[in-house]
Design a protein around this ligand. Structure first.
Ligand SMILES: C[C@@]1(CC(=O)O)C2=NC(=C\c3[nH]c(c(CCC(=O)O)c3CC(=O)O)Cc3[nH]c(c(CC(=O)O)c3CCC(=O)O)/C=C3\N/C(=C\2)[C@@H](CCC(=O)O)[C@]3(C)CC(=O)O)/[C@H]1CCC(=O)O
Ligand SMILES: NC(=O)c1ccc[n+]([C@@H]2O[C@H](COP(=O)([O-])OP(=O)(O)OC[C@H]3O[C@@H](n4cnc5c(N)ncnc54)[C@H](O)[C@@H]3O)[C@@H](O)[C@H]2O)c1
Length: 442
């Protein structure tokens, strides 16, 4: 059966969760994130291909034509409108299915009925930042912006903005420079990273003597509710910048024309989306299958081992009888092993840390350092060049498993529990060693 292919445009928690759900599936998963930081947040696995680059519309079209996904899953931020527009247009141009996964809009409800009445009375909807500025220019009193720095320049359109506007933005160099350049007073801008409690919101709104709070509907995990409740408690008017209209976006993907259909393309949680992917694109979750024992000659093959601790030592000892050329790259090596290896011309020791390119020319690689990030880089380098790699702290990154080896002469048993129970493998191997030594006449 054909393997389903998905292209996920990520960058949000929802996106990362979905990507993780596909780890054990039959799908081939392409992921695009905007930055290297976004890439680092994603746990790699074998059928996952990540690219960290902002694509424009034409590049998206080219990418879809190249990898031919069954559908494109847009998990970008609800307000990342330009990206969503581009994705939709690229889907329409290539006649590819478009699916949206996004955080559920924040619920403006509470168990207390007076809350709803109260907050709705004090709420003004704006279609976008420009619209919010228009509304605010008809009003007097201080304004607290909590809608990010991306469009903060629009708010310089507010009369007396240097006096009236207070803002809370992320503590990043470029954001600080931007705010200063736009002429905001230092004392009016708070550089802070969320999440923010209701109490903190109340304190900040009080300190700025705000009569208006401007916010986007960032959904429940975005601290939306805490802001709304703080505003309600202080009797402050909320200017709510609406989410870009879903229906309008979906129509542009060329995939729908009826309102009911819009619902079928938008999902608020991963369970719903996984059901759809199973139904429409034959997505299947695969149980963990046993790995096949492949016996290969290591004679004069080049094996590179990164790390020189307890585990690396155990594995090097296991490898020695198989007559490979072993290069060990590690700043430190356990002293007993150092002695054992001294004078062994099959072993080369390089006393330094891993460097990109070290795997070049290797037939087999063992990533056994105690630095997760380094092991991961080694795995990536090997995957790029098709070199089999075993990663001691992350079985998902292994393209082969290092087995427990039980040997007597040329009789070799390689043992693995398919990565599921290492302690059991060890115990079983010990029993087999005893059996081989005591009972086998070889
Ligand atoms: C067979 C053996 C060969 C060897 O290492 O020589 C081996 N692990 C052995 C022992 C062992 N490993 C671990 C413990 C601690 C106790 C425990 O977890 O119960 C013990 C027991 C001990 O050392 O006493 C911890 C551990 N292991 C892995 C992870 C990461 C993960 O699972 O993702 C973690 C968590 C690390 C952490 O938390 O940081 C991963 C792998 N270990 C593998 C091989 C590969 C699959 C083979 C299989 O099917 O098991 C695989 C998938 C990848 C690979 O490395 O190629 C060897 C027995 C040798 C013998 O006795 O002769
Ligand atoms: N698969 C297994 O059987 C198993 C069992 C237990 C632990 N582990 C995992 O294996 C890894 C190693 O365990 P250990 O007990 O040998 O650790 P350890 O701390 O004894 O040894 C780590 C070694 O890595 C080296 N190292 C550190 N940074 C390096 C770099 N940048 N480049 C090259 N070498 C570097 C150190 O010099 C040291 O020799 C850990 O990640 C551990 O979680 C695996």
């Amino acid at each position: 059966m054909k393997m389903p292919v998905f292209w996920i445009i990520a960058g949000t928690t929802e996106g990362r969760e979905l990507i993780d759900e596909l780890r054990r599936s039959n799908a081939k998963v392409y992921v695009s994130v905007a930055t290297d930081y976004g890439r680092e947040l994603i746990e790699p696995y074998q059928n996952l291909h990540i690219q960290a680059r902002r694509l424009d519309r034409e590049e998206m079209i080219a990418f879809i034509r190249e990898v031919q996904p069954d559908c494109v899953i847009d998990t970008t931020h609800p307000y990342a409108r330009i990206v969503t527009d581009n994705i939709c247009e690229a889907c329409r141009e290539t006649a590819t299915d478009y699916i949206r996964l996004q955080r559920e809009p924040g619920r403006l409800v509470s168990n207390n009925p007076s809350f709803n009445a109260n907050i709705l009375e004090n709420m003004i909807y704006a279609d976008n930042s420009e619209d919010a500025v228009r509304v605010l220019n008809d009003k007097t009193g201080n304004i607290f912006l909590s809608c990010g720095s991306k469009e903060i320049e629009t708010f310089t359109g507010i009369k007396d903005y240097q006096e009236r506007v207070f803002a809370r933005v992320l503590p990043m160099q470029d954001v600080m420079e931007k705010c200063e350049k736009l002429g905001f007073k230092k004392s009016n801008i708070s550089y802070m990273q969320g999440p923010f409690s209701k109490e903190l919101n109340i304190a900040m709104l009080k300190a700025s003597q705000a009569r208006f709070l401007v916010t986007k509907d960032s959904g429940e995990t975005g601290g939306f509710q805490e802001k709304i409740e703080a505003a309600r408690e202080l009797g402050i008017t909320v200017i709510l910048i609406r989410r870009p209209e879903q229906l309008e976006i979906l129509k542009r993907s060329g995939k729908i024309d009826e309102k009911e259909d819009a619902q079928q393309h938008t999902f608020y949680n991963k369970e719903q989306i996984l059901q759809k992917l199973a139904r429409d694109y034959s997505l299947e979750q695969r149980p963990n299958q046993p790995w096949f024992p492949l016996f290969v000659s290591l004679q004069n093959k080049k094996i590179v081992v990164f790390g020189g601790g307890k585990i690396a030592a155990r594995r090097i000892r296991t490898l020695l009888p198989f007559d490979a050329n072993i290069t060990v790259i590690t700043p430190e090596l356990v002293p007993e092993l150092k002695q054992e290896l001294a004078g062994n011309e099959k072993v080369t020791l390089l006393c330094r840390k891993y460097q990109e390119g070290d795997c070049n020319g290797a037939d087999l690689v063992l990533a056994v350092t105690n630095e997760t990030q380094v092991n991961r880089q080694i795995a990536e380098e090997c995957t790029r060049y098709g070199i089999p790699v075993s990663v001691a702290d992350r079985k998902e990154l292994c393209t082969f498993y290092f087995p427990a080896v039980v040997r007597k002469g040329n009789m070799v048993i390689g043992l693995t529990a398919s990565g599921e129970d290492h302690a059991k493998v060890k115990k079983t191997a010990e029993k087999l060693r005893l059996y081989m030594n005591e009972r086998m006449e070889l």
